[in-house]
Design a protein around this ligand. Structure first.
Ligand code: ARG
Length: 599
């Protein structure tokens, strides 16, 4: 069993606290904020002193005295008003690194074993091209899916297509206006026939904004769209056939975008998949009194006295009986509850929908849908333009995802051209390099920091080879790969790389400062993966990966590896490079950032 550094430190503290009769809940340490304070620090004495009425430095002295007898520490110092600064022993670091390197999963804990998580992300709407808002959902969602999988969860990624709402009626009525003679609108039309869409993808994508504008300005058009939506939902065969054709057409292009981003869905289900479950659900909630009538509509009260802000009732059915967004989400949850072992559902959706999810989760609890399942809305902020407002194209329209990615890839191609990276590649190779760098840069920017804050989409800055960027991390990976290739590295069948005979067993006590700090960084992988998933923030792992790459750069600048004369030191450093490479590649793969073969 591999235990992370933090768990080892906490275990030592726990035994010391038990000996001293101090409460176990305080036996915690955290990574030091400054290297001269040691590797970890324990601030418990300060809080405990108040509780026990003892001078904090005296208490800290007692804790430190016992901790000094633990072999995992090289030094234990009391500092300031009562901090305990802990420096780990080199031998302990070496043993830990060897144990970690011996594991295929690099010591990532499998805390999710036996549990299923459904990740609801992407959420594209039929007939609308993916836009910049979908970018974040796709990128964050895919990373959260991979993080869960790394922690042993069974994962199910579901795109939850928006394919059953008013936009479908808007589209069919707009198409009827253009050509009422189409077969879909004739009496006797059949829902089953394999119909081709009567519009091309480009036409379809222009049609939706036109149709929406017409409905906004003309109440008669809106009434038609609503009537079509109701007829479709009631099973009109011709409208169903048209609906199916439009859905296929737009899904094909959306799936191509998913692929471009390296996003894989297990299910491309949508709102329409629960259409038959809606009426029974609404009836059940009405009959059980969970839903009540209000102005002819059906609502579920979800406010509680503790609410700091007003939570309005969830609207379950309109006066005309039409189901709403929240109704399909409740019905979808009911369907998801059928999955064996379901423990968690994560919705990766714009933070502006926070109230919607709060209502849905509360109504689900009230109605006993998915009891015991953790429901999480992992919201995110907007992608902004240079003006700090949600990103728009030059003509003020919504920016398409593909345009954004193309911009980034073009910028990457330009930078690659200018820097001489990939000089030995042919055109196709250089394009592939630019693609990976450009898309990797966008993803890294999207994943970094707190997902709840927005960020400015500035290709100049995203696609830089220095600083907190995707390309910087990719470059660190490529450098490591080429170093290991020079050392004659091979990947053994069990996935544990060896380089020129150097194996995990060669990892020795780190001598240089930069070497020591790199070892400690590598050992942090498991904790950072776990923390990232705990707070649903891939940004935690992104920051970790960046710190690791920085420490590797410093190590590589200060410590000779291939040129080292002492064979034992050389083997140990090579083994450390193998470990670093594995850790960095693992971190990038959990962020779904591809690494080019060379740069
Ligand atoms: N289609 C929705 C939209 O574009 C997002 C769907 C999110 N998932 C969900 N289960 N509501 O806003």
């Amino acid at each position: 069993m591999f235990l992370s550094l933090a768990s080892h430190v906490d275990a030592s503290l726990a035994s010391v606290f038990a000996t001293l009769g101090l409460p176990a809940s305080f036996a915690r340490a955290q990574p030091s904020t400054r290297p001269d304070f040691g590797d970890f620090q324990c601030n418990a004495a300060l809080a405990l002193a108040r509780e026990l009425g003892r001078p904090p430095r005296e208490l800290a002295g007692d804790i430190a005295g016992l901790l000094r007898q633990q072999p995992i520490f090289a030094s234990v110092e009391v500092a300031g008003p009562g901090f305990v600064n802990l420096t780990l022993a080199g031998a302990f670091l070496a043993t830990s690194a060897r144990a970690m390197a011996a594991q295929v999963n690099l010591g990532i804990p499998d805390t999710g074993r036996g549990r299923l998580v459904i990740l609801d992300f992407g959420g594209p709407n039929v007939a609308k091209p993916l836009h910049v808002g979908h970018l974040r959902s796709l990128v964050l969602g895919e990373s959260l899916r991979r993080l869960h999988a790394a922690l042993g969860w069974r994962t199910l990624g579901d795109a939850h297509l928006g394919d059953w709402g008013l936009q479908m009626g808007m589209l069919s009525s707009a198409i009827r206006h253009r050509d009422p003679s189409l077969v879909f609108f004739q009496p006797g039309a059949k829902s089953g026939f394999p119909a081709n869409a009567p519009v091309s993808l480009d036409e379809l994508e222009c049609l939706y904004p036109e149709a929406a504008a017409a409905c906004r300005s003309d109440p008669a058009r809106m009434a038609e769209a609503r009537a079509d939506t109701a007829a479709l939902q009631a099973g009109d065969p011709g409208l169903l056939a048209l609906w199916r054709a439009l859905r296929e057409l737009s899904l094909a292009s959306q799936v191509a975008d998913f692929r471009e981003l390296g996003v894989v869905f297990d299910a491309l289900d949508g709102e329409s998949d629960v259409r038959d479950a809606i009426t029974p659900l609404v009836e059940r909630l009405r009959a059980s009194g969970i839903a009540r009538e209000s102005d002819g509509a059906l609502v579920v009260d979800v406010a509680t006295p503790e609410d700091a802000f007003e939570v309005p009732p969830l609207l379950l059915a309109k006066r005309d009986g039409a189901a709403l967004y929240a109704t399909t989400d409740l019905a979808t949850l009911e369907a998801r509850a059928m999955h064996e072992g379901l423990a968690r559902v994560v919705y990766v959706v714009d933070q502006r929908q926070a109230l919607h999810f709060e209502q849905v989760f509360r109504a689900a609890a009230k109605a006993g849908i998915v009891p015991g399942v953790e429901l999480i809305h992992a919201g995110f902020g907007t992608v902004n333009g240079a003006d700090g407002r949600p990103f728009k194209t030059r003509d003020g329209g919504v920016a398409r995802l593909t345009d954004l990615l193309e911009d980034a890839v073009a910028k990457a191609a330009e930078r690659i051209e200018g820097s001489g990276y990939g000089a030995e590649l042919n055109d196709a190779g250089r394009f592939e390099l630019a693609r990976r760098v450009g898309i990797g840069a966008v993803k890294f920017a999207d994943l970094s920091g707190d997902r709840l804050s927005g960020y400015v989409f500035d290709v100049e800055r995203l696609v830089a080879f220095e600083g907190r960027t995707g390309p910087y991390l990719q470059y660190a990976c490529v450098r490591l790969r080429s170093l290991l290739a020079k050392a004659g590295g091979t990947a053994a069948a069990n996935g544990l790389a060896v380089a020129n005979g150097a194996t995990a067993a060669d990892l020795a006590v780190p001598a240089a400062d930069s070497e020591r700090s790199l070892v400690i960084a590598c050992l942090g992988l498991g904790d950072n993966v776990a923390e990232s998933a705990r707070v649903m923030q891939p940004g935690v792992l992104a920051e970790y990966a960046f710190g690791l790459a920085q420490r590797f750069s410093r190590f590589y600048a200060e410590c000779p590896v291939l040129a080292e004369a002492d064979p034992q030191v050389r083997a140990s450093r090579l083994a450390l490079c193998v470990l670093t490479s594995r850790v960095l590649e693992k971190a990038l793969s959990l962020l779904a950032i591809d690494v080019p073969d060379r740069m």
